[in-house]
Every structure is written in structure tokens, then in C-alpha cells.
Write a protein that binds this ligand. Structure first.
Ligand SMILES: Cc1ncc(COP(=O)(O)O)c(C=O)c1O
Length: 381
């Protein structure tokens, strides 16, 4: 570090130079991310609460009340308003917390968790950190968890089963009702990772989309991940973890001797209240109608892209269920498409299971972005 500080103007100018090298959501060039442009109301709320620390909630009782209200509203959106949880950094932390609760609630040593092969890699981190063994269940022909495979993997070491509502690679919704029956029959904790789908499935159902039940309305669901910083339009970092019963959250609480609360269940200690304020602002400002409009617009563009790709002789890997389109070409390998599109300024995301180019139609995507993308794609095919 240099001894003498540099002027504010120089600092900001240099930062701007760095920032100018980043891609922006507004440019439409970010097609493979589950994050998006935060809503302006969320940014205003976020800035208001920058100094608030929910790791020491007695100092910030106003922010704590906001968090309680946000958790109740999210629970209500997901079928049960009396849930217990926190606004945290994102889906990874939420999934680790859920697996930690499941492990702590069981008295099994060297426990196992069963996740679908389509699960986000955060479960691998969770398994490693919590000394759990990860068992991967097979998928069916529609890339959803295969219930027979889950039943075959269950053993007296199983501490949790995980279903996904909006898989990372294809946006598929696992049969949560089927998982619930299996888990209730075997007295096993069921976690639903709705990091991606949590902020769209309820609103698409309102709009008449025929999507399956996936939330706390299903009796066996013990906890859910829902990420406001994905389809919720909140700034990063904003994740949500919800538990059906208070004891699940408390099963991982640790004594906090010098703080204004006696015990803490979250993984991080100091925890921004700004994410909570931003989420509260969005839930109030957009309401169900606002979120419905956003989710249906993304789906309309998803169908437009899927149909245009088929017309141009690309092969859809599967019918989109949520706002993700995965495709291949019969002429070019995925690497050739990727290289060709990179030369034209795109950074396509390649999914591994199944191999495909994966486009996520987030709220920042406009039709003209997709038209340009399609024109460039056709020119290299
Ligand atoms: C289904 C799912 N769960 C969890 C995560 C992890 O979320 P984060 O990157 O916010 O930690 C993702 C990320 O894309 C995801 O798609």
C-alpha cells in the first residue's frame, strides 16, 4: 500500500476504468447468468441501510423487523406464512444452512444426503464442509429427479433428500410432491432448492401456467432456498432460507456471548441489513402483479427464442419449463458455437449435463438482444 493517499477524483476515475472492462446486464450480452440488473427501488433501499448489521440485531431493531416481515412474505409466497429463516448471501449459503440443519436434527453419524444429478454444486460444498456423503440420484428422460433412484439410494444413513425447483442448467422442476411422500414415509428431511424458481413459479402459476406444486403447501417440505438476487431483482448478495419449524433453524444456533442476541444460526456473523431492506422494498413496490409481469415477460421471450432456434434448425435439448433455453446444433460442436459467438462478443454458457448452450432469459434481456444473438448465431452455423 502506498503511504500517501490519492485524491478522490483519481480513485473514482480509476475505478471507472476497471468497471468499464466489465460486461453490463443492460447491454444484453449477459445471457448465461441467473443474476440481473437490480431494480432502482431496491438500490435506493440498499443504499439507505448500508451500515445496518443483522449479525447484531439488537442494535438495528428496525432492520430486524424488516427481516421478520420479509421472511413472512416469502413464506406466504411459498405456501406458509409462519416460517422461520433469514436473508443471507445467496443460494449457496442457504443450501449449506439447510444441510446443516438436517444433519444437526438427526442423530446419524457419517450421514448421507441425496441430491439429483442436476443439483447445484453448492451441495458438494455443503457435503464437504459438513462431513456428509453426497449421493446423486438419476434423472428421468425430462431431466427431473427419478423417484425410483431416490428410493434405491435411501439408507439408514440418509439425513436429507433435496429436490430442485428450477434446476441451474435447464430450469426443470423436480416432482416435489413425490419426494415428499418418500420423505414422509421414511421420516427424512426434505429440502427444496428454489433459488432460481422461487421468484417465478408462484407468479407463473397465478398467470395460468400449468406448473406443479413445489413449496410448503406440500407437507413433507422441511426447508426452502429462495434467492431474491436472481429472479427477485435484488442486488447481490441476497439469498433466502426458510424453515418449516423454528427448531430446524435453532438446531444450528451457536451462543454469541458479546452480541445483542444470545444465539445465532447463520453461517456468517456480520450480515448486511441492506439486502433485507432491498428485498422488502421490492416485495412492497412490485407486489404479485409486478412480479407476475416480469416472470411472464421472461417466459414470452423464452418461447420466442426457443421457436426461433427451432426454425433455424437448432436442436432444443428439452422443452423449456422455466426461463432457460438449452440447445445444440447439428452442424457445429458446442465448442465451435462458443468460439464463433465469442468472436462476435458473446460469452455463451455451456452446460455439461446435458451438453448444450444454455441461455437464461433474465429480466434484463430484451427482444432486440435476442434478435442480434440469433442473427450472429445463424451467421456462424
Ligand atoms: C438452483 C440453484 N441453487 C443454488 C445456487 C447458488 O446460488 P448462489 O450463486 O447465489 O450462491 C444456484 C446458482 O445458480 C442455483 O441455480
Amino acid at each position: 500500500m502506498q503511504d500517501k493517499g490519492i485524491s478522490r477524483e483519481k480513485v473514482i476515475k480509476t475505478l471507472r476504468d476497471y468497471k468499464n472492462r466489465d460486461l453490463t446486464y443492460q447491454s444484453g450480452r449477459i445471457l448465461g447468468s441467473m443474476c440481473t440488473c437490480p431494480h432502482p427501488v431496491a438500490l435506493e433501499a440498499y443504499a439507505m441501510f448500508l451500515e445496518s448489521n443483522l449479525g447484531d440485531p439488537g442494535l438495528f431493531p428496525g432492520t430486524k423487523d424488516l427481516e421478520d416481515e420479509v421472511i413472512t412474505i416469502l413464506g406466504d409466497m411459498l405456501g406458509k406464512s409462519d416460517v422461520h429463516g433469514h436473508i443471507i448471501t445467496g443460494g449457496t449459503e442457504a443450501n449449506i444452512m439447510a444441510m446443516r440443519a438436517a444433519r444437526n436434527l438427526s442423530d446419524v453419524k457419517d450421514g448421507e444426503i441425496i441430491v439429483p444429478k442436476s443439483a447445484h454444486f453448492s451441495f458438494k460444498k455443503a457435503a464437504e464442509m459438513l462431513c456428509l456423503n453426497l449421493k446423486e440420484a438419476e434423472l428421468d428422460e425430462n431431466y427431473r429427479i427419478d423417484l425410483n433412484s431416490v428410493e434405491n439410494l435411501i439408507s439408514d444413513k440418509t439425513v436429507a433428500v433435496v429436490g430442485i425447483a428450477g434446476t441451474t442448467e435447464l430450469g426443470k422442476i423436480d416432482p416435489i410432491a413425490g419426494l415428499s411422500e418418500i420423505c414422509l414415509d421414511n421420516d427424512i428431511y426434505l429440502h427444496v432448492d428454489a433459488a432460481f424458481g422461487g421468484f417465478s413459479i408462484p407468479f407463473l402459476q397465478d398467470a395460468g401456467y400449468n406448473l406443479p406444486e413445489f413449496d410448503f403447501k406440500i407437507p413433507g417440505v422441511s426447508s426452502m432456498t429462495i434467492d431474491p438476487h436472481k429472479m427477485g431483482l435484488a442486488p447481490i448478495p441476497t439469498g433466502g432460507i426458510l424453515f418449516r419449524h423454528r427448531e430446524y433453524l435453532e438446531s444450528m444456533s451457536i451462543e454469541t456471548p458479546y452480541l445483542t442476541e444470545d444465539r445465532q444460526s447463520t453461517i456468517v456473523g456480520t450480515r448486511t441489513g441492506a439486502s433485507t431492506a432491498a428485498t422488502w422494498a421490492l416485495l412492497k413496490h412490485l407486489g404479485r402483479r409486478g412480479y407476475r409481469k416480469i416472470a411472464t415477460r421472461c417466459m414470452d421471450l423464452t418461447h420466442y427464442l426457443a421457436e426461433s432456434l427451432e426454425k433455424a434448425d437448432f436442436i432444443l435439448v428439452t422443452e423449456p419449463e422455466l426461463n432457460i433455453v438449452a440447445f445444440r446444433s447439428s452442424q457445429l460442436t458446442l465448442e465451435e458455437i462458443s468460439r464463433g459467438m465469442m468472436d462476435k462478443g458473446w460469452l455463451p454458457s455451456i452446460s455439461a449435463h446435458p451438453p448444450a448452450i444454455r441461455i437464461i432469459i433474465m429480466p434484463h434481456i430484451r427482444k432486440n438482444h435476442l434478435e442480434t444473438f440469433l442473427a450472429d448465431l445463424k451467421s456462424i452455423n
